[in-house]
Design a protein around this ligand. Sequence first.
Ligand SMILES: [Mn+2]
Length: 268
Amino acid sequence: MKRIAVISDIHGNLEATKAVLADIKKRGISDIYCLGDLVTKGSHPNECIDLIKSHCQVVLRGNTDRFISNDHDESALNDLAKKRIEWNRSLLSQENLLYLKSLPFSYEFYMSGQLVRLFHASPLKDDLAISHLDPLSVKRKQFEASPFTLSQNTADIVLFGHTHYQIMEKLYCRTLINVGSVGNSLDLIRDPAIDGPSTEIIHAHYLILEGDMQSEDSAISFQFVSLPYNIDKELNDVENNLEPEEYRLELEKGIYRDMSRLAEKLKH
Ligand SMILES: [Mn+2]
């Protein structure tokens, strides 16, 4: 049997990245695949990229990796968005900017006879948010191939990230999994009257996939991991962050800076 740790949405959070890599190592797992968004938000993107480069066999490009590493027309962006791009770029070495630019969109392989496909958000767009609130007609598209997938086969298992919270759904006799976020976990569905402990939201999250790469006639399983890490240490130099208070709230309470805007968008 082979075990693969699937991580996503690092977002420059070095302590969360170190904790997750240590947890994976402790379990004796050496295969690590990353679904992108290595940068933006946290103050330590270069250090995170270096760790991801040296530990992961597969690294995909997320929307923020593309946004930061590509030249594009910024004239339509507001001042804050421009500042965010400028600040995040200023933290990165030229080598790492080129590295982000070079990352692939998608990856796939067979495990226990099932086609497992990986991408950051959706088969067509790296910034299309899919939530458990979406209708089945939207979710089923996650299994479809696109010009950006490695094969044109329909996937049996899809692993993605982007929205920063873990979900697993069985639909159409297939499996749809959001692996969650290592460095910037959140849950958009919040109600103080029934919310569970906030520690769950602010943990580092990832997934372990276990199956057989050779035999079609074998078991496959999925394990969600929710892991505490040293948030205080990560926030030691929070004054250097472009938006220190917003970042502190995200890490300490899981309250996302663009929460209301995103919650609205996910209700479509
Ligand atoms: Mn992200």
